[in-house]
Design a protein around this ligand. Structure first.
Ligand code: SF4
Length: 359
């Protein structure tokens, strides 16, 4: 069926911002989850066209990406991040789209680092521009980096990114990030059955013995354009079984409450892997992440259908007290648990595109 880019680009109306209630102690949502992480999408553009995220038939040359005026400025991003930090955010991840496509991204990192010296500041990238930018990002104060990499096989990788981008350049980017000290580096591999699941063992082997941690992610029904089916999901338990058959694994403790990946160590001491079981073992009950989109809306779930328009408030001259109250009300009203209630029916529902709010 032909898909209309206009229909996809026009979002449902923003939600009304709920009134804040007085509270003592940490800011918790309706299910007692305390705000801890903020993901900030700094651009809706990407130079890859991965079929599960930005398929070419939807995000083609005529796709109406956000005009510059609709994108949050660095100053706006830092202001919102600072307000979030006042409400308990301790970890910030810059995402996209591809965040390294945002001009002067290292300047944003430096501004965030200066405003929030104690926050854990990380970034997720497709790695294509990492070789050129790793040193500047580290110098600006970035703590760590995560690289999305779905295959080590050049032909499969080029097919999956659908931009004919060679895997060797991503691997060079990972090396540059390691040299710059952006460690431990995480490598995120989305596993889709019959597309790249035969690459799981190669990926594990390639990074075994390095200090990098490969995290295998179950293919999810993000956005409205990725054509998700349960049959495409390779359960994490199967991935652990496959790797462990060759290189025995033992379960490791989570590093902190709410850690998304389950950790497994190689029994011979050659490092660790992670699995993210977003479909088969939903972790909504410990999900403490808010998302700020490229156009300044706050989303409280990766699978949200709409968000709260914070940019309108920001640009109407709202003071910090008003913005504080908005963030408080938004988090207090949060009830999301999409992955716990996912069905074939919900998977077909229209959701915000991942390139808008980061993965
Ligand atoms: S489905 Fe939503 S609430 Fe559940 S873990 Fe994912 S982002 Fe969090």
């Amino acid at each position: 069926m032909a898909r209309s880019v206009i229909a996809l680009r026009s979002e449902p109306a923003a939600l009304a911002i709920p009134a804040a209630r007085a509270h003592e102690g940490p800011l918790a949502d309706t299910r007692g989850r305390v705000l801890h992480d903020l993901r900030i999408s700094v651009t809706d553009r990407c130079n890859f066209r991965c079929t599960y995220c930005m398929p070419k038939d939807v995000f083609g040359p005529d796709y109406p990406f956000l005009p510059h005026a609709e994108v949050l400025t660095f100053e706006e991003i830092v202001r919102v991040a600072t307000l979030f930090a006042r409400h308990g955010v301790r970890k910030i991840r810059l995402t996209g789209g591809e965040p390294l496509l945002r001009k002067d991204i290292d300047r944003l990192v430096a501004q965030l680092r200066k405003a929030l010296p104690h926050v854990d500041l990380t970034l997720t990238t497709n790695g294509s521009a990492l070789k050129a930018q790793a040193a500047a990002l580290a110098a600006a104060g970035l703590d760590r980096i995560t690289v999305s990499l779905d295959s080590l096989d050049d032909a499969i990788f080029r097919r999956m990114n659908d931009a004919d981008f060679p895997v060797a350049r991503v691997l060079e980017g990972i090396e540059a990030a390691a040299r710059a000290g952006l460690s431990p580096i995480k490598i995120n591999m989305v596993v889709k059955r019959a597309v790249n699941d035969d690459q799981v063992l190669d990926m594990a082997r390639h990074f075994r013995g390095s200090s990098h941690v490969v995290r295998f992610i179950e293919f999810m029904d993000v956005g409205s354009t990725n054509g998700w089916r349960m049959d495409d999901v390779v359960p994490s338990a199967e991935i652990v079984r496959r790797i462990s058959a060759r290189h025995p694994l033992v379960a490791a403790q989570a590093t902190y409450d709410g850690e998304v990946a389950q950790r497994w160590r190689y029994a011979d001491g050659a490092g660790e892997i992670g699995v993210i079981s977003s479909v088969t073992q939903a972790f909504c009950s410990s999900c403490t992440r808010a998302r700020l989109s490229t156009h300044g809306h706050v989303y409280t779930c990766l699978f949200s259908q709409s968000g709260y328009d914070l940019k309108a408030l920001l640009r109407s001259g709202a003071g910090d007290a008003e913005l504080d109250a908005a963030l408080t009300g938004i988090w207090q009203a949060r009830a999301d648990r999409y992955s716990e209630i996912r069905t074939a029916e919900t998977a077909r529902a229209r959701k915000v595109e991942m390139s808008f709010i980061g993965g």
